[in-house]
Write a protein that binds this ligand. Sequence first.
Ligand code: S3P
Length: 169
Amino acid sequence: MHIYLIGMPGAGKTTLGRQLAATLNLPFIDLDEAIEKQAGLTIPQLFEQKGEAYFRQLESEVLKTVSDSAERLVIATGGGTPCFSDNMAFMNKNGTTVYLRTEPDVLVQRLLNQELSQRPLLKGKSETELLAYLTQTITARQPFYLQAGIIFEARDNMQAVAQLSAFIS
Ligand code: S3P
C-alpha cells in the first residue's frame, strides 16, 4: 500500500514527500521526475512539443507503472494527477492518499519564490493572474482532491511529517 501525496503545485508534495519517506525509511518517487525519465523530455518540453493531452496520458501510465512496485513507496504526484483518467480511484485502491490542502494565497507566495518556467501551466503569470488561476483551479480540482483518505492542512513541514508518519506507520 503506497502513500500518495496529492494537492496543488506549491502545496509541498515533493518536499514533504521526501521528508516523510526518510522518516518512514521508504523509497521516494516524484511522479513528474518519473515521467521525464520515461519520456526523455522535461515537463515543459512535453507540454510544448506533445501537448497537455499527451502529457496526461503518459502521467496516468507512469502512475500505474511506478505503483507496480512490490515495495511500499512514498509518491509525490503532479497537481493534476488525481483529476484525469481513473487516477484518483486507482490511488485509493492502491494505497493511502494524502491531500495537502493549502490556501491559494499561500501557494502564490511559495510559487513566486520558485522557478515558474518549470511549470508550464503557471509560466508567465503575474501575481494577480496566478492567484486567480489557482483559486479557479482549486475549485475545479477539489471534488477529486477531497476523495483523499487523509486531508491535511499543510502549514509547517516538520510538524506535518511528524503527524503524518505517526498516522501512517
Ligand atoms: C501540473 C502540476 C505539475 C506537473 C505539470 C502539471 C498541474 O506538478 O505535473 O506541470 O496540472 O497542476 P507539480 O504539482 O509538482 O507542480
